[in-house]
Write a protein that binds this ligand. Sequence first.
Ligand code: HSE
Length: 300
Amino acid sequence: NSVKAFAPATVANVACGFDIFGFAIKEPGDVVELRRCDEPGIVIADIIGDEGRLPRSAEKNSVTGVMLHMLKHLGIKDFGCEVVLHKNMPLGSGMGSSAASAVAGVMAINEMLGQPFTRQELLPFAMEGERIASGSAHADNVGPSLLGGFVVIRSYNPLDIFTIPVPDDLYCTLVHPDIEINTKDARFILKNEVSLKNTIAQMGNVAGLVAGLMKSDYDLISRSMVDVIIEPVRSILIPDFKEVKQAALSNGALGCSISGSGPSMFALSRGLENANNAATAMRARFAQAGIESAIHVSAI
Ligand code: HSE
């Protein structure tokens, strides 16, 4: 027997919520296919779309590493399967690429094992995949990729994660410039200390964004999509960041920031037309800097 699971790309941080906010988009997403074998053990049969860059050994690859972890947790020794991973988004893109693979992996094996875990229970396993891939078990990509919608992580220890409603006509524009940033590096450059002044500003925006989304208050959403802690540091890694952001804001977007650890940038807009206009403007501005980019516009 065989199973197939899909897990979508995600936008983590959402401006002010470093490591605590993330939302899923409809596509692209990664797909994991499993085929049951008689021989015990997990074997990577193929990875399509990674240009040969991901590890092929089951222990080192984060998708299969997580599956092995799950089998160990359940005390299952005689299980065998072949894995095919379809990578439908670039590595190091800021679109939650490693998370989508890990989530598709845990969902596929859970299905094949007869669903021993609920979606919520799969979360810590998928987070382990993030630890293998980037050295940090953040949940702001795996959370929304697994649960869908807009996710808030109130606490990591103990894990306290929930989804909040968002307005029906809120659209995301995701623009991926053709450069690569490794999450590990993008975390390494962050400062460990934050001033009290910036903490207060960030807390106000976090509260404002949650309230704005839940009340469908677009002005409040717009005012709250401000990151005074992470964006000023990481934006130096993205060519013409300020200009691309301004292009989005001048063309109908409510707010714009870095998607996850970058280099992708995202904007939120009211209505599809504004989201498409922001996409065109952002892409054109990247092109002016000599950088090709791919666009994804999606309801959230
Ligand atoms: N919160 C994580 C970070 C997301 O910004 O490093 C990585 O996609």
